[in-house]
Design a protein. Sequence first.
Length: 720
Amino acid sequence: MTQFSWTLQSFRQILKSCIANKDLLTGKSLHTIYLKSLIPSSTYLSNHFILLYSKCNLLTTAHHAFNQTHEPNVFSFNALIAAYAKESLIHVARHLFDQIPQPDLVSFNTLINAYADRGDTLSALSLFREMREMGLVMDGFTFSGVITACCNHVGLIRQLHSLAFSSGFDSYVSVKNSLLTYYSKNGILEEAEMVFNGMGEEVRDEVSWNSMIVAYGQHKRGLKALALYRDMVHRGFEIDMFTLASVLTTFSCVEDLSGGLQFHAKAIKTGFNKNRHVGSGLIDMYAKCGAGMSESRKVFEEICGSDLVVWNTMISGYAQNKELSVEALECFRQMQRAGYWPDDCSFVCVISACSNLSSPSQGKQFHALAMKSEIPSNQISVNNALVTMYSKCGNLQDARKLFHRMPEHNTVTLNSIIAGYAQHGIGTESLNLFEQMLAASIAPTSITLVSILSACAHTGRVEEGKKYFSMMKDVFGIEPEAEHYSCMIDLLGRAGKLSEAERLIDTMPFSPGSAAWAALLGACRKYGNMELAEKAANQFLQLEPTNAVPYVMLASMYSAARKWEEAARIRKLMRDRGIRKKPGCSWIELNKRVHVFVAEDNSHPRIKEIQMYLDEMFVKMKRAGYVPDVRWAFVKDDETGEQEKEIMLAHHSEKLAVAFGLLFTKHGEPLLVVKNLRICGDCHNAIKFMSAIARRKITVRDAYRFHCFEDGRCSCGDYW
DNA sequence: CTAGGGTTAG
């Protein structure tokens, strides 16, 4: 007997160190010896084997060890439940939980936390309720877990807060910390501050400080976050990777590159730049602060042993720097080759890159892959990204189909589909969905209102636009921002209400940005108001001295008004200042390859055929009544004759891309062309004729919206 | 209990 107890004791000790060190080899041989030996079966020992396998991610082995346990107790169940929860196999975890004769505090806490991880608020809450009804003892973990599970519902968090207060659980720092975090994540910085300030010096731990730094960062209070960080240093807190990562999110949020650079230096000094959390924070900071992806790439290569999140940070960085969208797809494939399984976040990023590229064939591929991959957790964000992808690829039907098939919608889903309809110029549908949203008391966001106002602007709904704009602050509780004002100026200007637009820009509560002046300038061009155009162009220039848009607009307006000297003066100014017009560029996908066309660029291998086709087409078009509008030819000098201007017009990138599509696709197949700038007025007219003559549906997505040409008409109704 | 990645507009 003494011999057995000695053996048991030494077994326990070795096994414990195996668990601590994840020493699977020793642990397994210990298990074999244990099963073959005469040691009486001990539930205690068996439980520790379950723990060991769970820690080493050997789920089946852990379950096997559980089955071999003669008299499993609560502890055995809890160990196995934790193992399944870790692998997000929540149903098995639940099944095991239901088999426990008398679940204890740990059983409940484990399952609540598992539900919290999955974002399953209802299940977590019902367990919590069950605990209270049973009169079971709770602890700080129970509360933090259930608060995490309620992360998106402010109302519930408030209730839990008062419950924690009345039952004394708010004395746990962890409970206060999670309240602080989730108040902030729900947009209520004031409440987060109150929790933080209410804690007092002695209670606050480093977690509280880090959480508050992140809270300030999320609300774009860069200075406050930094002040808090300095305070931490001053008080002698050790600056670890948690703090570094927290401060880095602040720089990403407020786009403070110089601050980010300073902390990169700090990270290198402490070696934390190789840490995955800090490293991905750095990658994200460089991507969001406009440092380009080359800096991000450098950090990426220094990180010791990357993981899925680090890869996703890279993919998202490429996708957010829109011109690097092709690299985003490449990065996704590199990640797959490196042996990582994409998760929902990987798909969201890569699908958004496909939206930027308007590449329906690749977008569909990722859609199929995402379905095959059975993404864990909620797929809603993947579906949201897909709705946008289909819509931006010109395929509103599939976007709408997916929208109706989705099991669940949230604000982003609605914003996406509303924006889709707005960009396609289907204002009625946008407004309908918006009214449905309000009726279902889903709160619109500032983005919803940008979409709604631009839907009104695209379709000439002046009164409705004004109505919604005036409702913003009082009814929806959304403070109008620069974007909303720009939409309103666009709305009024396009409708010809130039003086009203001017009044709005003059009475804005903050100084108008370049977008506002650009909207006004566009309206002036449409209605030929030279005087106001000069004012708008000058204001624009002061804000963005290197932008070619105001020069080009003014010059073409002077030409159109036959003020040749003025036009020449502007062009000379532009030359002298070294400002160049951003070249117009259009692309079209054919057989899964993207063909790019730039005006006056003859590098495409089939350019001869394309131009011959265009020449023939122009003859037919002119016979049908097409008259080239040479005002849209941007000439570099003043000796250019009308004939030459006409030829220049014929070489605009969107015409080349459309001709290429008509020439090399099957008859009847609809075309999708994307342009980086706004479509030119002459091309808009020309493509109408082309759609009628070639009997094709031709969709052009420009920088503003979709133009869907069919049978000689455009879906925008020439209101653009 | 705290730190890294995401979708929507212009």
